[in-house]
Design a protein around this ligand. Sequence first.
Ligand SMILES: C[S@@+](CC[C@H](N)C(=O)[O-])C[C@H]1O[C@@H](n2cnc3c(N)ncnc32)[C@H](O)[C@@H]1O
Length: 200
Amino acid sequence: MSGIGELHVQPYVLRFQCVNFVESGCYHGAGLKWGKANNFKKLYSCDIIKDHINKAQSVVEKDIRVELYYGPSHEYFAKLLPTLKGVTFFWLDAHCPKHYDPKLKETPLTHFPLYKELQLIVELKEHYERDVIICDDVRTIVGEDNTAPLAQGRVKDYYSVEWFTYTQMTSLFTKTHRLEIPNQSRDAIAFIPGKEVSEW
Ligand SMILES: C[S@@+](CC[C@H](N)C(=O)[O-])C[C@H]1O[C@@H](n2cnc3c(N)ncnc32)[C@H](O)[C@@H]1O
């Protein structure tokens, strides 16, 4: 589990001229706080737990740049992404809702929505090839093909993910992005645009 601030990914924001911050899983608002400090024009986040939305709301206060959605990230992304214009910095960090509320009902999609979120970005986000996409907790994806640091044998049972593979996930971006490990992260990866702004 990484905090966005620890990953030192601010240089990507300037280099690729990102104007939107889109997060899945706001928890208590630390990601949004980082987004606000990095001067994005608009910030969007969501959470499947109402109490987390309320906590994040109290952190961002009445900032008109921020939109918060209560519900699963795949539902939010399906609504938001077709309308979203401009280069976007994605912080994909939603997972394991039962860890926070054992009473919640889950499907594979809500347990670890990352693969669906990435598919929706490819399908629905205009010029997604210009976007920066940071994915947290990829060590949990089971399989020999997972080359993320700390990937093998570190998570068990509820925290492991078997309904998609690391290769399926990275294949979505092979034509448009490069894969980087930000700040030697233990378990976050970054899809960085293959073209610089000057090449658009
Ligand atoms: C690791 S925390 C997020 C931390 C936050 N992004 C930050 O940078 O401070 C994961 C959050 O994802 C939420 N979550 C889990 N599954 C979700 C889903 N399918 N859709 C939306 N939110 C989800 C959890 O309720 C929790 O608040």
